[in-house]
Design a protein around this ligand. Sequence first.
Ligand code: DAH
Length: 337
Amino acid sequence: MKEKITKLTAECKAEINAASTENELYSVKVKYLGKSGLISDLMKGMRDLSPEERPFVGKIVNEARGKLEELFSARGAALHEAELEAKLAAEKIDITINKNTTVGKLHPLNAVRKRLVDFFVSMGFDVMDGPEVETDYYNFEALNVPKDHPARDMQDTFFINDGILLRSQTSASQIRYMEKVKPPLKMISPGRVFRNDDDATHSPVFHQLEGLVVDKGITMCDLKGILDLFAKHFFGEDTKVRFRPSYFPFTEPSVEVDVSCSICHGAGCKICKGTGWIEILGAGIVNRKVLRGCGIDPDEYTGFAFGFGIDRIANIIHSIPHIKLLYENDVRFLKQF
Ligand code: DAH
């Protein structure tokens, strides 16, 4: 019996050492130490022994079993470690492999647009997206620009047919928004607009950002306050804002807004054409007719609106002299930002 145990133990040891995976090792364990394994079979054979022999042999079998258990767990740990290491080595990703590839980034126009949107969102403005193919009603009529109104000439519009056009201003979103949301409301609407204009400072496609605030007791002071913060944030802390009287059909009164030139600080330079001021946007108090047309009582609520060219803001921030540079996508130009 004792010889049998010694032989079995030696065979088991050899198989433990020969197992090259955790799975193989498990099979060996089942073969020897399992419920109907070879060691258990030996135990069953104890029945045939004399009562005096039994405790002696039982002790040897138990010792052998304990030894084998230890060997199994030691070999198991080693195999586990080795398998893990092999797996890690096989799955290793060489992150240095693309180190010479150029990393892309946002187009300067999109980067500025994102900053503008973030700025207004941080003050609680809602962001609205309007359609680029728009109806005459939203682009003009609801903004108090009826057919044959001379103000239509301010924006040379691409018409698709009589009632459909490519929107010439994001102001159209004001109306769509006020039809859905009732005051108090604060929204901006950035997006593409289209005009039949093409020179150094104009492109037939450009980007505007419209802003609208409607609540009880809104005045020109609120408009000035927001635009002051806006100008300081984007053009520098010492930037001043100036309102000049102007005309837009959808605001009354209307203003043209200038900021002090951040290049020459008011002394006069090429960028500000020697005036010390740069025109950046149009704004005003929302015309009563516009509010009424959207079902908002102008005796109860007032509002301000403003609209500016995102391209123009990007050009001022980066001192870009020609609007077309933003659209040609020449990599040598884009790389500078
Ligand atoms: N939509 C005008 C334009 O494209 C800009 C503008 C002026 C928007 C005054 C406004 C505003 O909301 O109140 O020239």
